[in-house]
Design a protein around this ligand. Structure first.
Ligand code: SF4
Ligand code: SF4
Length: 470
């Protein structure tokens, strides 16, 4: 029985409710009145229920589909403007005891090299990341209680935050590690992590059990209830995601929306971010074997419908996607992207000599190329990490976000952190383009006092000061 307030995975991701939602959406895919009513409701920017969002995703009316894309673009501009926050993944270890059929790190893969970074190697990796200009990382690690215990993850986080190379600093470490205990989540919180991210991979229990044949991750309930334990452990910001391409995307979409509703119902705070990875080729992984592949058009529509359904939740797209695909979904709702990423263990400091990659990257450009590309498209690349450092997390963050007041912070912070990037790391072409962008954007800061403060800070950054934030 569907119950968004229950703490049991089988209740808040109730299989019957997902099936009924898909059936309801299918039956109404050409129901013009219903689609119009849902789009009218979405105009108030307060989001949609999972059933309403599913009707939009299934909508087969071409003119209404255009409206859906237009509304997603409007919401993107209202909540996020033209800013795009940058991050990079950092792979700590590819040792893993799980058997995920879509990931080359599965325990029985003998063809890839296994590697775990030492603290010295982490210093080299993070120094290389700082020298690119990154300020925000997503830590990645396989699940291996012996080789990658929580103590190793905590020590890695402490090491990362301690590294200050030239003007560089990692100011926010998000963590993407396996589902764990309330105690371990509390330890991660105490270590000062930003968002805890865990991809569900698939919400369909039968497929989940088949795709995770052994290892701790085989336990569907343990994995699906992880976000509740994280929040009980004191982590305010959690990030959801599914791996599109494994099973029917409709099932994943409806269940993902139900998971977001569950977090809101139980904890009063929805997901901080939603990631939309698609399964990609890697060492012994062929995405075609799963049969759930989706076209770029469907992918774009999923992004648009998530944007409309949960307007206040950030959306992340990685270098799993090509430049062309990223360009398309940026305007439909994506608010964070990675750039210059390496998906191997130790890949930032040295060229890959062994195969330790988790997936093949589809956007191989350097961070500087990505930054200048974003600006050419009219976006403001942002290295902002201010909220978490100012204590604006969880319900405090969501209240600001839902009221729209967060925009008074995001835009000035984007300009100041972009300026840091330009002064410290940019190529001459990117520097010129960025300075022109900042000159034109400073004029649109609405509050005169804030405008004056940001102008002063921009000039102080040129003279060597760093880390201003609002
Ligand atoms: S997806 Fe994660 S848990 Fe599964 S094999 Fe890969 S690293 Fe291990
Ligand atoms: S001010 Fe907060 S919400 Fe805005 S970009 Fe910075 S960290 Fe993100």
């Amino acid at each position: 029985m569907y119950d968004p307030k229950s703490l049991k995975a089988g209740d808040f991701i109730d299989h019957g409710e997902v099936r009924d939602t898909l059936e309801y959406a299918r039956a109404n895919s050409l129901n013009r009145d219903l689609v119009s009513a849902i789009l009218d409701k979405a105009k108030d920017r307060k989001g949609l229920s999972h059933r309403e969002a599913m009707v939009l995703l299934e909508c087969g009316l071409p003119d209404k589909n255009e409206e859906i894309l237009g509304m997603a673009k409007g919401i993107k501009m209202d909540y996020y403007g033209n800013r795009i926050v940058m991050f990079a993944p950092l792979y700590l270890s590819n040792h893993c005891v799980n058997g995920c059929l879509y990931c080359p790190y599965h325990a029985t893969n003998k063809r890839i090299a296994r590697k775990k970074l030492t603290m010295e190697e982490i210093v080299r990796e993070v120094t290389a990341l700082q020298d690119m200009g990154h300020k925000r990382l997503a830590l990645e690690s396989g699940e291996d209680p012996v080789r990658n215990p929580i103590e190793y993850i905590l020590e890695s986080i402490r090491t990362i935050y301690s590294i200050k190379h030239r003007n560089g600093a990692i100011r926010r470490v998000n963590v993407n590690i396996a589902a764990t205990t309330v105690r371990n989540y509390a330890l991660l919180r105490d270590a000062g992590i930003g968002t805890y991210i865990l991809f569900q991979e698939t919400y369909d229990r039968g497929s989940y059990l088949r795709l995770h044949p052994y290892g701790p991750k085989h336990d569907y309930d343990w994995h699906t209830e992880a976000m509740d334990r994280a929040m009980v452990g004191g982590i305010d910001d959690v990030g959801l995601g599914v791996l599109f391409g494994l099973v029917d995307y409709r099932y994943e979409f409806a269940a993902l929306m139900m998971h977001a509703e569950h977090l809101e119902a139980v904890h009063g705070v929805g997901p901080h971010t939603i990631s939309v990875p698609r399964v990609r080729a890697a060492d012994d992984i062929d995405p075609a074997r799963f049969g759930g592949g989706i076209t770029d058009d469907t992918f774009a529509k999923i992004v648009a419908c998530i944007r409309i359904a949960v307007p206040y939740t950030g959306m992340i797209v990685s270098t799993r996607e090509s430049q062309a695909c990223r360009e398309r979904v940026l305007e439909l709702g994506v608010s964070q992207i990675s750039g210059g990423s390496r998906t191997s263990v130790g890949g930032y400091f040295e060229e890959e000599t062994e195969n330790t990659r988790q997936f093949d990257v589809h956007d191989n450009r350097s961070l500087d190329e990505v930054i200048s590309w974003l600006m050419e498209l009219g976006h403001i690349p942002s290295f902002c990490t201010a909220c978490y450092r100012e204590g604006r997390t969880g319900d405090r963050f969501m209240a600001l976000c839902k009221s729209g007041k967060i925009l008074n912070c995001c835009h000035p912070n984007a300009l100041m952190t972009l300026k840091e990037y330009l002064v410290d790391y940019a190529s001459p072409k990117t520097l010129a383009m960025g300075n022109a962008l900042i000159d034109s954007e400073i004029g649109v800061v609405p509050n005169a006092k804030v405008r004056a403060l940001v102008t002063k800070h921009l000039s102080m950054i040129e003279q060597g000061s760093r880390d201003f934030r609002i």
